[in-house]
Design a protein around this ligand. Sequence first.
Ligand code: UDX
Length: 446
Amino acid sequence: MLTDKPRMSVFGLGYVGTVTAACFAYKGFNVVAFDVDKGKVESLNQAISFIYEPELDEIIKQAVSSGSLKATYNPNYAIMNSDITFITVGTPQKVDGKIDLRYVEDASRMIGKALKDKDDWHLVVVKSTVIPGTTNNVVKKNIEEVSGKTCDRDFGICFNPEFLREGAAVHDMFYPDRLIIGGSEKSSSYLLNLYNMFYGEKMPETIITNAENAELIKYANNAFLAMKVSFINMIARICQKIPKGDVEVVAKGIGLDKRIGSLFLKAGAGWGGSCWPKDLSALKKFAEEIGLELPLVDATIEINKTQPLILIDFAKELIGSLEGKRISILGLSFKPNTDDMREAVSIKIIESLLKEGAEVIAYDPKAMDNAKKIFGKKIIYANNSIECLKGADCAMIVTEWDEFKNLKPEDFINNMRNPALIDGRRIYDPKIFSSKLKFKAIGLGE
Ligand code: UDX
């Protein structure tokens, strides 16, 4: 049993790696954060965060100024100055939909190379989302091959998924629902000990299993949540066809059944982000390889493909042809409290509007820079919600940012050329809004 805090290194400064490194360092662990991107390394060493995540800036500042958090682009330095290494590199999607393990392979080979010259036992923890079998067949194999060492005897390996939601990652890091640890007895207890030191009395419930089950838990978790959202979006379509149907009421009604639960039952314009789309696709491809079909995953993806386009149909119902009409898009990030636009439904909606010949003006509290990289000069960018509404023929709520929730019917009526509003995230009271302007909402019958 370790009594001193183990020294840590984190390989891969995406949002999971950055949040993990910063939170451990904030709690007094010595953390070396490694990335091949020198820009990220230099920025972190100057205590400047390169991702937008609530509370993260403060945590990074404290961790760097106390000397607990250092970043490097030298993998050997990171390994030599740590006892545990977390692999948090990205696992993107290949063009064929399969998981792309190249960064996981690179990281494991770098770790193997550095471990060759290290005498002490070292624990490697895979946090990147990987399909079942990867920790043992890819990471362990690479490290053994490159280092010439033997797993368990000379180093240990675990799979330990993260469940950090973007926009709430710091909160989720400090207050997780549970911990999942997959690995041998020795490796698992070493990691368990680290978490005991990190969480103290607030240690969450922990499941210890093998790496393969732990790997599948991560995919099953994301697939189930996405299925829940696609399910309620399917029910929303039924509500739209029923006079006075309202998916908000239906979701509340089923959510009170403890067997279902009320979370992740918010109907809307669809789901996106850096995890669910690629993870569901990777799971599907993995299943294909082992001879299985996943009809529930297929349906989950299928519903989500068409869900954003409902907003386009609504717009046509409200204002007729979209050709030459000015449409204002409120919200671009894939969900509130992040600037992330990866797989955001706003992209699909804007592309469809442009195809219809509409003029698009958009505003988001945080994602404007990312939007400019995606759309360039194809759309107009507003500096705030009101500017976005000026002269528009139809407005669409695509992301449920708090500042949009405060808009009143008069804000739309007084600024738009033709006050027509589509609530793609169910943030407005339909009774109030539909009595004052042309109004349609996801999951709302007429
Ligand atoms: C997700 C998982 O929640 C997290 O545990 C995992 O580690 C990474 O993937 P994230 O991608 O940050 O996190 O977003 P999440 O909050 O899960 O939302 C995913 C998408 O579903 C968003 O586009 C969101 O707008 C949408 N959503 C979510 C709904 O439309 N309705 C809901 O009720 C919940």
